[in-house]
Write a new protein. Structure first.
Length: 203
């Protein structure tokens, strides 16, 4: 339901990992291999001299400063803007309205149901279950309309299939109350005690 560009994220993370891995591997090689360290000691002065000549050759007319530094600053600004756009593209898809449709039966008008209505109703109903620790409900925009995402953290030792069955019954009751069927994704997630707590066994 989330419109995060996961494929693009993986590609960018892969490229960034390679760009960091190459210099990191080079530094490790220079620190553990005497031959590589000697090669760098012999090559570094020439590289620095070439860099100095490059800065001299690219000097702004009438000045001693190279135009490479303003170009580098502009490139950093462009990268910052792209990073902001990339961050803004994460997690898109949330919606405020669950149902918004035009009804011409009788008096024509627009029917709109805020997502907070089913979110609050389902949350209060699910939290009455003693086997449920916490509930997170949000409304998302889908291709064929809006839907709900229900994330439930069961209590330790609770039967997940029973918690899922109760949640499904509540969703069916909500659809009957609203008079419309909505797409609902129900997911059961492990709480922090499941992930970080020590394992307990009964003998």
């Amino acid at each position: 339901m989330n419109r995060t560009p996961r494929s693009l994220n993986r590609i960018l993370l892969g490229i960034g990992g390679v760009l960091l891995l190459v210099p990191g591997g080079g530094l490790v090689l220079l620190s553990v291999d005497p031959a590589a360290a000697r090669w760098w000691q012999d090559t570094a002065p020439g590289i620095l001299a070439d860099g100095g000549r490059l800065l001299s050759d690219t000097a702004i007319p009438g000045q001693r400063q190279s135009w490479l530094w303003p170009a580098l600053a502009l490139a950093m600004v462009v990268c910052a803007v792209l990073l902001v756009l990339w961050i803004a593209a994460q997690g898109r898809g949330r919606a405020d309205t669950l149902v918004a449709e035009y009804d011409d039966d009788g008096a024509p008008g627009r029917i709109s149901i805020s997502g907070s209505v089913p979110e609050q109703a389902l949350r209060e109903a699910l939290l009455k279950d003693p086997d449920v620790t916490s509930v997170g409900i949000s409304t998302w925009a889908l291709v064929d309309g809006n839907g709900l995402r229900v994330r439930i953290v069961p209590r330790q030792g609770a039967a997940p299939h029973l918690v899922a069955a109760d949640a499904t019954n509540l969703v069916d009751a909500l659809d009957a109350a609203l008079g419309r069927s909505s797409t609902v994704l129900i997911s059961l997630e492990a709480g922090r005690r499941y992930r970080l707590g020590r394992e307990e066994r009964v003998r």
